[in-house]
Write a protein that binds this ligand. Sequence first.
Ligand SMILES: [Zn+2]
Length: 284
Amino acid sequence: MPKKRTVALKGKDFSTQLVVDTTVLQVATEKVLTNTPQNLQDSTSVKDSVLNPEDKLALQKRGGIYKAADWATAINYDLRKPNFVIIHHTSQYSIAQTIRTFQLEHTQVSAHYVIGKNGQVVQMLNDYERAWHAGRSKWGPVTDLNSISIGIELDNNGREPFPEEQIGSLLVLLDTLKARYNIPQLNFIGHADVAPTRKDDPNVYFPWKRLAEKGFGIWYNEDYLSTPPADFNPIDALKIIGYDMSNPDAAIRAFKRKFIVKEVNTTLTDYDKAVLYDLYRKYY
Ligand SMILES: [Zn+2]
């Protein structure tokens, strides 16, 4: 005899209480598992590598259900949208090499888009899927950048400028993503911003100023820098901008690679502090 329980529902279409039969809940749960092979339903230790993509998704969906709860499927939902864009250089030597890298399981890395030197844009994952591009990372209070970001890789060995065709294609893509997902200007950032102890991409040649002028990321008023007040604390300002200050030297280096460019080290000069103060005042 199935248990009966009463669930109080609030909302425009529900004026009465709904009696939910737990057998109905069971059926709903089974629906979630429809695509999960029987042999996987009893085991979570099956290696992902033996699963096809549909099985993987079914297993993940099952894993995301709180076991102590009953199940009743809601009908009003869609997929979560990306809210950040993280820009990378590949540190590789061709777009073909990078595509191959993202198609090999053992590399455990991927990105949504790869842009070649000639401006070719290759999409490798749907925007709604979670690519593995940011790795261990932090930006402000956000500690899982992969879950809320689009990753864009620029074909670049890490030590060379970015050709005009490549930047042109990037700007068109950023425009599309910003409009489609309503991504805030401040949320267009680089990999080194969110992983300053591990990463240095995109390299010093990346045109952050040009991007900021188009509404992607931030830049300072080069001609109107003013001296910060005596109580200005640059470490606090970097933290407020988003940098993880658990390693201040790494964060300062990332800041200088992006905004100072001509000198990348761990010392904040008076000029650097004026740049930081200007950004802080302008955007935060
Ligand atoms: Zn990167």
